[in-house]
Design a binder for this molecule. Sequence first.
Ligand code: NIG
Ligand code: FE
Length: 411
Amino acid sequence: MTINSSAWQTLFINVNLATMTDGANSYGAIENGALAISDGKIAWLGKACDLPIYDQESLNIIDGLGKWLTPGLVDCHTHLVYGGNRANEFEMRLEGKSYQEIANAGGGIVSTVSATRKASEAELLASALPRLTALHHQGVTTLEIKSGYGLDTINEIKMLKVAGQLAEQLPVTIKRTFLGAHALPVEYKDKPNDYVELVCNEMIPLIAEDKLADAVDVFCESIGFSVEQTERVFTAAQKYGLPVKVHAEQLSNLGGTALAAKYNALSSDHIEFLDEAGIKAMKEAGMTAVLLPGAFYFLRETQLPPMDLLRKYAVPMAIATDANPGSSPINNIQLMLNMACTLFRLTPVEALAGVTCHGAKALGLSKSKGQLSLGFDADIALWNIDRPAELCYQFGVNPLNELFVAGQKVI
Ligand code: NIG
Ligand code: FE
């Protein structure tokens, strides 16, 4: 293949690349490397000694001073848009109440629903922006935002619109997921099946028609929706051509993951209680396991996700913040990298794959995001680190030096 270096606009030299093209097997490292960008895409990468001849004058050349490039980070599971906060419930939990007890007593998700319904689009946008900014300043260039605190048609759509508006505020790619089946709204207290019907017959059709979401999620749990109700939502999503994903096996093993596998779900998320049969089903369906160490930590869970079985079946593991007001009020991807290693015993390679190539896969973006690979979007982070494991080892000092999105320097 002839290389047209005259089409390059930007060239990184004197850098090491963690390409993340090898899943969790290795960093896909290219030391003493270089990387060129053309029209927002990665146009060349390799060893510096193999660089073709290029015109120094017409190029923006960035000297990486021997530091590391990674793909822009992917946070594939967040609930960034919501009203209010739940610091009061944090206090209640510290006085001995459990997450489930608080939820059953009318707190939990439904208390955020009241605050979210009351908030205007502008208010929701203003409160979500600092959370998004925090993640972006840590190198996040792609993220998912779920609805699920509106729980009626107008407010679910409001949340999805705000999630879309956030992408106009900062240079990030946002994938939107409709999570109408997150909790039962109070007005449907004794009528869960009627609410599921509303989700399936009114919300999903409208959202699909207006292209307000890229996927549909369900909280399949005793305090959420049953497997049977989850299946009804999946059937509706499938009818409207929307891929599905699931919050499952977080607090008990109901079988939501195996069901999601039947619908070729993108991912099953949380999965602390998942068993081997569920993992096999994930593997066969090509799903990604999204591990959420922030929720595990904040809820002081003790049941670890089945990492060894996920490894045995080579199910890709993504890591995400689950940023939300109840179970993971944490807008910090570096802390997640650290916790994935300290709490879940992931290796730094697995953790970094979790917020790059595997995070992208969980969003259906494995062909364009999450890797330094030819033709991929030039979403690239330059880190002030000497080895990639530093990204997992330390948090509290931001190692991000420069950030590029579609080839443009944004930080
Ligand atoms: O991902 N599991 C369900 N949903 C969120 C919690 C949301 C909340 O408590 O507000 C989660 O952990
Ligand atoms: Fe979640």
